[in-house]
Ligand binder design. Structure first.
Ligand SMILES: Cc1ncc(COP(=O)(O)O)c(C=O)c1O
Length: 397
């Protein structure tokens, strides 16, 4: 049984703030400060370059990958960590296309995160006129799977609406046709109970700065199904994916297993901060997180719909069909969110009119949700968002 009172005490949460934006950037685990300091002083400082061997920096990506594996239902040694998510997306797409040889279409949906789509556009442009990216409405993904589709890629929980996709149905259709499936777990890892092994997913990628609380710009991860890994060409092939990086051979020979998806030098300091968060995650059961998250999102939806009739829910009402965020559309959503932030309720805004609120049982409880509803109700009923100071758009929304 997970102890969410205990986990909440492990995060630094600024006084007077209700933080409903862990779906964008998780808060600071208190122990990360000491953990990073240790890496800076005792490892980088004292060991300098010998830290690669003495402190085990080179093994960090797979050690951390194994700790994430437990949270997404993956087996040992199927996940490696490093680089950023867009790079991982590009590598996964390229590997899948290369593996499929005569299939020339990448299939995704128009609700996917733009960076994933841009990565695919870049890849398809580079591959030449025989290759194409097919972008279809989410509900038309399955009917667009055919024998020309090399891979289907989608973000399992929609970053705007919080809708959870019917992953199993898409996978079943893809398998029938021989297409590979690549899942983006950016809004799943640490949020819902995805089980990559049970689903028999081909490839998956995800980030660690959202629900996994690894800190701004913390590294991303790649999962590859063990049945597939040794026949996959990493395409974005770097020296650390080589079977013998320190032979410095001019010929690229991929390592056996998930190591082949490694690219370059591990981000040691970022990984140290992430390890501090995983110390908290190690004591938590993801099915408890899912249950608690459903309770919190239900409570929030009920309260907001009761007190803020001017907001329209765009997240599925059935908890089965949503992740761990709740979104409302409101024409003046940007200004309303700025007003919320000034009044101590932090969520965020996605164009054109979406107010997003993320729910993370590790540090959000029912009292926080009650207070969040009260703040939002006051702002909406008194139209506090009308203040001109809330109208000016900042760079990051
Ligand atoms: C679903 C999804 N994919 C890709 C990205 C881009 O990730 P990065 O900026 O780490 O490359 C994000 C960022 O929020 C995301 O939510």
């Amino acid at each position: 049984m997970s102890d969410f009172v205990e986990t909440k005490s492990k995060f630094f949460l600024p006084k007077g703030v209700i933080y409903l934006d862990g779906n964008s950037l998780g808060p600071l685990p208190i122990s990360a400060q000491k953990r990073v300091e240790h890496t800076l002083n005792n490892e980088w400082g004292e060991m300098i370059v010998t830290g690669w061997n003495k402190a085990g920096w080179m093994e960090q990506p797979n050690k951390v990958g194994n700790r994430i594996a437990r949270l997404v239902g993956a087996a040992e040694n199927t996940i490696t960590v490093g680089d950023t998510l867009t790079i991982k997306v590009f590598q996964a797409l390229a590997s899948a296309v290369k593996h499929q040889r005569n299939r020339k279409i990448l299939l995704t949906d128009s609700s996917n995160f733009p960076s994933d789509i841009y990565a695919a556009q870049g890849l398809v442009n580079m591959m030449g006129p025989d290759y194409a990216l097919n972008i279809v409405p989410t509900d038309k993904l399955i009917e667009n799977i055919n024998e020309n589709v090399a891979a289907i890629f989608f973000t399992e929980v929609d970053y705007k609406t919080g809708r959870r996709y019917e992953t199993q149905n898409i996978l079943t259709a893809a398998k029938k046709s021989g297409a590979l499936v690549i899942l983006d777990l950016a809004h799943s890892a640490g949020a819902i109970d995805t089980n990559l092994t049970e689903l028999d997913v081909d490839l998956a990628v995800g980030c660690t700065y959202k629900y996994l609380n690894g800190g701004p710009g913390s590294p991303a991860f790649t999962y590859v199904n063990p049945k597939l890994i040794n026949s996959l060409d990493p395409c974005l092939s770097g020296w650390l994916g080589h079977e013998k990086p320190f032979d410095f051979s001019l010929q690229y020979n991929p390592a056996v297993g998930i190591d082949r998806m490694r690219i370059g030098t591990p981000p040691v300091i970022g990984l140290a901060a992430l390890e501090a968060s995983l110390d908290i995650w190690d004591k938590v059961n993801i099915s408890d997180v899912r249950r608690a998250s459903i309770d919190l999102t239900e409570q929030f939806i009920k309260g907001v719909e009761r007190y803020c009739p001017m907001l329209s829910l765009i997240t599925p009402r059935n908890p089965k069909n949503r992740g761990s965020q709740v979104s409302f559309s409101f024409q003046n959503g940007y200004a309303a969110m700025q007003a919320c932030i000034e009044h101590g309720l932090i969520g965020d805004f996605r164009a054109p009119d979406v107010m997003r609120f993320g729910f993370t049982p590790l540090f959000i409880d029912a009292d926080d949700v009650e207070r969040a509803i009260a703040i939002l109700a006051r702002i909406m009923s008194r139209e506090l968002w009308q203040d001109p100071k809330f109208q000016k758009r900042k760079k990051v929304t």
